[in-house]
Design a binder for this molecule. Structure first.
Ligand SMILES: Cc1cc2nc3c(=O)[nH]c(=O)nc-3n(C[C@H](O)[C@H](O)[C@H](O)COP(=O)(O)O)c2cc1C
Length: 364
């Protein structure tokens, strides 16, 4: 249920945005200090009512005399308190917090402010319906000063689903996404993905990968057109009907234009060992390509962990020089894969995996 947002009373710094932020968030941190100034911080559920924050003194799961709670003892010794309510997101353009300073006091059952506060707390937190709040004192924080920072108007961040946070879930959850929502990807997240790519294993630790980042529509279009022309030649060579060629080209172009971020993964061979014989030289190059795959996997897993999704397009492998020319890349960079990044428009259908019994071909 929506908590009402009051017209801001005369609390310095309690702007309508700060009040709306406090009213809409569900958890804050309350700092108290004892007479000697020793600090104590606890998470709190609270409601905003005019110039006060109100919170229940329920002690979950066990019930103790509220007078024994450290936060209550501290307030009785020293009423000065602070509360911070904040938003965290991997997208740091959405960070925000409101800091409240005020004076804490107990509101006992039967006092005029008690019953309305219990009603507000129950409206915001259904868990309180089953708790005997009316029998217990509440804590009132009379706000004296409010400070706010950051993107207060952004909607509260949705917590990432559990599968994106735990390692096995990340491995299985990563999926190839081919359609993205119209939502920009923060640069910091892209850099985190590329940083993770750089930690992949590589032959002699030479890190034979380089990345070209493409976000501007004009550059995406240039790349799409260059690759499209090459692909058209290839499909025509395969004897594909013109209508089929046209549809496939259009879809591929749309896929590039629709992705908020393209990462062109290039092979860079200049730092590899040189061998006098062709066999070992070829193996050295194969190792570099293998490690490129490991780098891309790091990139994709990190993207998924950060709430993004990715897709792997092999097209540059079939026309590396066309791609390099379209982007004006150094000739020592060999385009291998195009990774799309963004927020998935919808959940894609996944391919089932072969059972382990099929994958293990020797076990003795
Ligand atoms: C080397 C490589 C090249 C790929 N190239 C393409 C591609 O050009 N287009 C595409 O849609 N998917 C491409 N994929 C993605 C695969 O189709 C995808 O990983 C596979 O269908 C399994 O789906 P999942 O990634 O959702 O588990 C490529 C994957 C790899 C490893």
């Amino acid at each position: 249920m929506e908590e009402h947002v009051p017209t801001p009373p005369a609390v310095p710094g309690l702007t309508p945005q700060a009040a709306a932020f406090l009213a809409s968030r569900r958890v804050g941190r309350l700092a108290t200090a004892d007479a000697a100034g020793r600090p104590h911080v606890v998470p709190i559920c609270y409601v905003l009512d005019g110039a006060s924050l109100l919170l229940a003194l329920d002690e979950k799961p066990k019930r103790v005399d509220v007078g024994r709670l450290r936060r209550v003892r501290n307030i009785q010794e020293n009423p000065n308190v602070a509360v911070v309510v904040d938003d965290y997101s991997e997208d740091w353009s959405r960070l925000a917090f409101v800091l409240v300073r005020g004076a804490g006091s107990l509101v006992r059952p039967g006092e005029p402010a008690h019953a309305p506060a219990v009603a507000l707390l129950r409206a915001k937190y259904p868990h309180y319906q089953a708790m005997a709040l009316e029998e217990r004192p509440l804590l009132q924080i009379a706000m004296t000063r409010v400070a706010a920072w950051g993107a207060l108007d952004a909607p509260p961040p949705e917590p990432l689903p559990a599968e994106r946070l735990a390692f096995p879930g990340i491995i299985r959850g990563r999926r190839s996404v081919r359609a993205y929502a119209d939502r920009p990807v923060p640069r910091a997240l892209v850099e985190a993905c590329l940083e993770a790519a750089g930690w992949a294993p590589s032959p002699h630790g030479r890190q034979p990968w380089r990345f070209a980042l493409i976000t501007r529509p004009a550059v995406k279009q240039r790349l799409a057109e260059a690759m499209g022309a090459e692909w058209q030649r290839n499909l025509a060579m395969d004897g594909q009907p013109a209508a089929v060629v046209e549809t496939r080209l259009r879809k591929s172009r749309e896929r590039l234009m629709n992705a908020p971020v393209l990462v062109l993964v290039c092979l860079y061979l200049a730092d590899l060992d040189a061998y006098p014989d062709a066999g070992r030289q070829a193996a050295e190059q194969t190792m570099a390509v293998q490690s490129l795959g490991a780098a891309v996997q790091n990139l994709l897993l990190t993207a998924y962990h950060l709430g993004l999704d990715g897709g792997w397009m092999c097209a540059p492998l079939f026309c590396p020089s066309v791609v390099a020319a379209a982007l004006g890349l150094d000739p020592a960079l060999i385009p291998h894969a195009l990774i799309t990044l963004g927020y998935a428009a919808r959940d894609p259908v996944r391919r089932p995996r072969r059972p382990l019994s099929e994958l293990i071909v020797l076990d003795e």
